[in-house]
Design a protein around this ligand. Sequence first.
Ligand code: C2O
Length: 576
Amino acid sequence: AAVVEHTFVVKQVYIRHLCNDTLATVVNGQFPGPPVEATEGDTVIVHLVNESPFEITIHWHGVKQRLTCWADGAGMVTQCPIQPNSTFTYRFKVDGQEGTLWWHSHVSILRATLHGIIIIRPKSGSYPFQNHQPHVDVPIIIGEWWQRDLMKVDKNFSNGGSFSDNPAGATINGKLGDLYNCSGVVEDNFVLNVEQGKTYMLRLVNAALFSEYYFKVAGHKFTVVGADANYITPYTTDVVAIAPGETFDVLMVADAPPCRYYMAALANQPPAPDPQIPVFVSRGIVQYANDDTTGAAASGCRDGRPPPMPEMPDQHDTTTTFHFHGNLSGLPTHPLLPQLRGRVDDRLFISLGKGTICPGDRPSCRRGGGDEAEAIEVAYMNNVSFRLPERMSMLEARQYGGNAGLAVQELPARPPSVFNFTDPALIPVGPGVPLEKIEATRKATTVRRFAHNATVEVVFQSTATMQSDSNPMHLHGHDFFVLAQGHGNYDPAKHVRTYNLVDPLLKNTVQVPRLGWAVVRFVADNPGAWFMHCHFEFHIAMGMATVFEVANGATPDDTLPPPPPDLPKCIPHKKE
Ligand code: C2O
């Protein structure tokens, strides 16, 4: 196995889009950042040099980090952030997984521009699909372009959210595409050059802060062969639905008449509280090399007609994504499946919703202003809104034992009360409608501890208090098997028998349907402190997160080693 080594210099640079030069924090001057390309089994070493004014960590999203939790890069969970003018070196292996993952900053919102793809190729050099060995890899990173001060946006969300904080547009590989323009200047398209008859491996990443996306290419079909760096049962479709944090490996055969075809990434916005949220769509171009042959002329491509545009699902369509995710299945041969079918050691039922708290832990406050402080809207798991610790990371506290003086509480295994979670009557309408008519919420640093090798089942139940958003729930350090999903309230009497224990999808991010639920199971076999959160940036900023701590096993082979010597120290912050 080889060593793949990079130096990432984090810096602010001006990037021009929409007739504006916007200051963006990026790696090595690039948006998206540089790809990390490795072969399964390789060691990855990234020297991070922070020349930005911000505290930075980099998370290797989906990399299992077996026995290297210290390199997971979750700010205040596995490490204190890397201060401006400081460095830290991430070292880890990419083993036991093949496909597409990605990296992004994990201190607040800067991941909008601090991200890039991770490609893990098979050691054998060939893929386990019968017919089509892909000709070439094509990273397709879907993101957003922001013209607002992201630090301010982050602050707004930690203080209850502001729905006027929207990106300026959607991007494919950093390009907004020709549907965006200003003063007659049309934005660039991402262009994929293809040769007829060849197979392309599209490596799709949704790096957006806000939206799930629909992705299509006019005149072409896809075969989805991988999800979150796990092979799946090949699935043919003409549309991919991808939530923030998800990755898909998709084969596309260039089998259409030589021509140009649009590809499009359209943001899926569930019925929004603010009808002013615009439609976000970036489009790119698939360009056939032999566009000027007679075949092309016959297709009408050279006669001046515009390239065909794919017919996209409706902006508010939540059915297509439900079916896309529900139709995927994994491989029946995974070695953890037998354990998964056996005893379940720990069960959690986690309600995902929104409530209000009073600022500064005050006992009371009110909505609507006045002299008294206003209540702050927060997002929760089982009515606890997560607060990051400040003095020390959770993983250091775990290492030193007894929480090392951090005020850590256990995440409740179920919500404080059971009600009709998805009753549309509970959807708060308009400002000033109290969310606490349902139940009280509090803020705390929560953790859930699991024995080494425990089989854990988590039911995620979304609630109507979420303004009916979907929730892409992401777990660090482990992949989980997705056993079932559905609309409405989860009911064990009805739903346990629908569990797929034969060939469930293996993911690091599960899309919990809007006004619905999803069930996952995983084996807690990787010692450490692992962040578990919604991958919508505003939900994580508002506290929809917790930490899963996994105990060491009995032997050095399943014990987390001590931290690397250059692990950053925490700098105490002044409270604002
Ligand atoms: Cu990609 Cu903690 O996330």
